[in-house]
Design a protein around this ligand. Structure first.
Ligand SMILES: [Zn+2]
Ligand SMILES: [Zn+2]
Length: 473
């Protein structure tokens, strides 16, 4: 039997335990740096399994590592477990119905993400013990991937300093190795301070902080015409200064996300957005505080790890679905918007050309996508890890084709049968790939060589301000 089959069997034997961990985390639905129950569910389980567990890393109370073995190589398996604000949703319901009004939900599938990486580590530990293999495997429980870039703080603190290889995945609706190219991303708060006054009685005595925010946003929206096409800038007004139009707002706040392919490009845009803020303050007679709270770096896929991930995905595909599972997926595909349906059709065409109609007959894409559609336009803090350790990442099918990201449909399918199958498949791919590197020093060297060539002399562009720390904001 191949090691892929052996490790798959070990994962399948414990599938009930892994499904239960993932479903519990789905239920906890804790967002950035508040993942106390999710983190403890995993950390306690890993302790029970005989891993050396270290709770709290780099000032992140909900980060932990679980390690087994000793010596080189050190293989890192990266997991996440944070949810998204406001996405509470009942499981298995193909309509928008929150479980708890205004509550959080797993709209990015991180309940599955963290659990599959943990499952891979557990299976590897059993296998290493059985075969008496040297080397170290280390599961990283990484908090706050969404909105705070938790891994950037871990990298800054040297948590990956002794790692040789890092492996992770992300839930989705395609099975594919993730190419390079997620966007670097800064999160910045702009807080305007003005002067309150009676808006009708004495408006000349007031200075509106909300005006500051609005003029800044208008300035940035004009700026869009004069920036690189690949850049993305978006904002949310966090504090409007109150609900009374007859009071001049003395304080207002807007949160920006500034993205571009490279950190250097984001830095440049950040300075220009800052100028828009300062200009708006000048115009409105207010002042503005600028506070950057998070930074994500762009992702560099390691070719050697990617190749191995692709091999094992091929080996383990198709996942195979029952009629009930296909029916389950279909009822979710029916409720995506017409825009999402058009996007699905478009993607199928890019992937399969003339055969796209055939692929679309089934609601689940149960095959390996080998065509490189380019890196996603989102951001991931796995990018930061990829600058300091050769890193490989892939996507696995956990929900129906066409499911929009960060949406209630993801939450609804998050503990369904398709999600569970995808999670176990991902665990198997990661375990088999980690084994390759654990047992072949030449392969580790090849990955390092490819990594250095790819970085081409550049070093980690740590973009976090020196005083930024993990915080709940
Ligand atoms: Zn996400
Ligand atoms: Zn995610």
């Amino acid at each position: 039997m191949s090691h892929t089959q052996d490790l798959s069997r070990l994962i399948q034997n414990r599938s009930d335990e892994f499904i239960s961990i993932s479903d519990d985390i789905w239920g906890f639905a804790e967002s950035r740096f508040q993942e106390f129950r999710s983190f403890e569910r995993q950390a306690a389980y890993m302790e029970q399994q005989g891993f050396r567990v270290k709770r709290g890393i780099a000032g992140e109370d909900t980060a932990f590592t679980a390690e087994y073995g000793s010596g080189k190589p050190v293989i890192a398996l990266l997991g996440e477990y944070d949810a998204l604000s406001g996405l509470s949703q009942k499981a298995d319901e193909p309509c928008r119905c929150p479980l708890q009004e205004g509550g959080d939900g797993h709209g990015c599938g991180h309940n599955l993400l963290g659990t599959a990486s943990l499952a891979a580590a557990v299976a590897l530990k059993e296998y290493m013990a059985e075969k008496n293999l040297p080397g170290t495997i280390r599961y990283y429980g990484c908090p706050a991937e969404e909105n705070a870039g938790g891994k950037a703080f871990l990298v800054r603190d040297g948590a990956f300093a002794d790692c040789d290889i890092a492996i992770t995945w992300h839930p989705g609706w395609m099975n594919q190795v993730t190419p390079s190219g997620s966007l670097a991303n800064f999160r910045v708060f702009y807080t305007f301070h003005g002067k309150s006054a009676h808006a009708a009685g004495a408006p000349h005595l007031g200075r509106s902080a909300l005006d500051g925010v609005e003029i800044m946003d208008v300035g940035v929206n004009y700026m869009r015409e004069h920036m690189i096409d690949e850049a993305r800038i978006h904002y949310a007004i966090i504090n409007t200064g109150g609900t009374a139009p007859n009071v001049v707002q003395s304080e207002a706040q807007v949160l920006y996300a500034i993205r571009a392919p490279k950190v250097t490009q984001v830095k440049e845009l950040f300075e220009r957005v800052n100028d828009c803020a300062r200009g708006a303050a000048l115009i409105t007679g207010t002042t503005v505080d600028i506070r950057q709270v998070a930074a994500y770096s762009d992702y560099h896929a390691n070719d050697v790890i990617s190749e191995k991930l692709g091999e094992h995905m091929k080996e383990l595909l198709p996942i195979g679905y029952t009629d009930e599972e296909l029916e389950y997926a279909k009822k979710f595909q029916e409720v995506i918007t017409d825009l999402d349906k058009a996007n699905l059709k478009d993607t199928a065409k890019k992937l399969c050309g003339k055969d796209s109609g055939k692929v679309l007959e089934k609601p689940l894409f149960d095959f390996l996508v080998e065509k490189n559609l380019g890196g996603g336009k989102g951001s991931t803090d796995v990018g930061d890890v990829s600058w300091v350790v050769p890193t490989g990442q892939f996507n696995a099918v956990t929900w129906c084709a066409g499911t929009p990201g960060h949406a209630w449909q993801v939450v609804a399918q998050g503990k369904g049968p398709v999600a569970h199958k995808g999670m176990l498949f991902a665990a198997k791919v990661m375990a088999a790939t980690a084994y390759d590197f654990l047992t072949d020093p030449d392969l580790v060297e090849q990955a390092k060589k490819a990594w250095l060539e790819d970085l081409d002399g550049e070093t980690y562009p740590n973009a976090l301000p020196a005083d930024a720390k993990p915080e709940i904001w």
